[in-house]
Design a protein around this ligand. Structure first.
Ligand SMILES: *[C@@H]1O[C@H](CO)[C@@H](O)[C@H](O)[C@H]1NC(C)=O
Ligand SMILES: *[C@@H]1O[C@H](CO)[C@@H](O)[C@H](O)[C@H]1NC(C)=O
Ligand SMILES: *[C@@H]1O[C@H](CO)[C@@H](O)[C@H](O)[C@H]1NC(C)=O
Ligand SMILES: *[C@@H]1O[C@H](CO)[C@@H](O)[C@H](O)[C@H]1NC(C)=O
Ligand SMILES: *[C@@H]1O[C@H](CO)[C@@H](O)[C@H](O)[C@H]1NC(C)=O
Length: 314
């Protein structure tokens, strides 16, 4: 016992000397990439995932999924729009066949594109995604955007309340364990809450240090809606070069981490679920290596203060 206490005291001393934060959050030591958060429907979602968007990278996705699962990722995010569901499915089949994980150990999300927003198009669209993914269900199905379009991309003017009824059917059929939305504003979420049986479990939105989106995040949290953040460390090109910001560089130096790792930790420490995309083996490993430190509330505020409301779509 005495030896243990001495060891602990020594550890704290070393951390103070080297400037590393002493972990004061009682859960931090237990946090792992596969740690889950409970959604408002009772299901659990891993707090860290792999994004897969990039049309140029479609041929690399299968291998990327293999590297990711080997490195501890358990959550994979795709979409009909990404045109890579077949490759994602091959990667999943690989890791299951290799015995690295069982299907039920993985959390798979896909999304309904704008051209399938009519109520009776939703379940068939999901079945099509499932066939490509070679899965019998997804863990999470999202309406990719509130906008609807025709095949020729002209606006279809379908109310997303109608789309949401199709989403509810998908959940009732067990084809999606949870359902949610993406790129929805508070008013749109509140219309769904007022007129539907099921509240969206998730809103996947743009949040990063150049676009901290604090009001929308707060509104989602107040409604028990979990926020998933793609572009976890994305900095819009042509905007202020946040990656070179000395403040973030100093924080990175303090923890012996890269700027990208600090920015992913920033998402985690705001209770967001980052899903960084990469098909590069080293970066896949680097991105998930963020569970041995965390930022202080002050550091989170400092990074938030860099916000410029810059969207990657600007
Ligand atoms: C996470 O992984 C660890 C081992 O790597 C395992 O002991 C634990 O049960 C897993 N947790 C969840 C929620 O799957
Ligand atoms: C689809 O998944 C099954 C296991 O559920 C597997 O046996 C089969 O090889 C997979 N098909 C493809 C094309 O990967
Ligand atoms: C916040 O997120 C929404 C939804 O993804 C996005 O449209 C918007 O550009 C983001 N930023 C702000 C400042 O609203
Ligand atoms: C959110 O969840 C908490 C705990 O389950 C509950 O007390 C609260 O009423 C919920 N709030 C909303 C708006 O659903
Ligand atoms: C970003 O947008 C929010 C909400 O519209 C606004 O309150 C804030 O002042 C804006 N910040 C900057 C730096 O433009």
């Amino acid at each position: 016992m005495k030896q243990l206490l001495t060891t602990v005291a020594f550890f704290i001393l070393i951390n103070v000397i080297t400037g590393h934060a002493v972990h004061d959050d009682k859960n931090i030591g237990k946090q792992e990439p596969n740690t889950t958060k409970q959604l408002n429907d009772g299901n659990h979602i891993p707090i860290f995932g792999l994004g897969t968007f990039g049309w140029g990278d479609i041929p690399k996705i299968r291998q990327a999924i293999n590297w990711a699962v080997e490195s501890g990722y358990r959550h994979i995010d795709t979409a009909a729009l990404y045109d890579n569901e077949a490759e994602v499915g091959q990667g999943i089949s690989d890791v299951v066949r290799k015995g690295l994980v069982k299907r039920e150990d993985l959390y798979v999300t896909t999304k309904l594109w704008n051209n399938k927003h009519a109520r009776d198009q939703v379940v068939p669209a999901l079945r099509e995604s499932l066939a490509k993914l070679n899965l019998s269900y997804v863990d999470l199905y999202l309406i990719h955007t509130p906008l609807s379009s025709n095949e020729d991309r002209s606006p279809a003017n379908i109310d997303y309340l109608e789309t949401w009824q199709g989403m509810e059917e998908a959940k009732e059929l067990g084809l999606a364990k949870s359902i949610g939305v993406s790129n929805f504003y508070t008013e749109q979420i509140d219309r769904i809450r007022a007129h539907s049986t099921i509240v969206p479990a998730v809103n996947q939105i743009e949040v990063h240090p150049s676009n901290t989106n604090e009001t929308l995040v707060k509104d989602c949290f107040e409604r028990n809606i979990t926020v998933v953040a793609p572009f976890g460390f994305f900095v819009p090109r042509g905007k202020r070069p946040i990656k070179d910001d000395t403040t973030i560089k100093n924080i990175a130096q303090k923890y012996g981490k890269s700027v990208n790792q600090v920015l992913l930790r920033y998402s985690l420490d705001r209770d967001l679920i980052p899903i960084p995309k990469s098909t590069n083996e080293n970066r896949i490993k680097e991105n998930i290596n963020v569970f041995d430190f965390h930022l202080t509330p002050e550091e989170v505020s400092i990074i938030s203060s860099l916000n410029t409301n810059s969207s990657i779509f600007d």
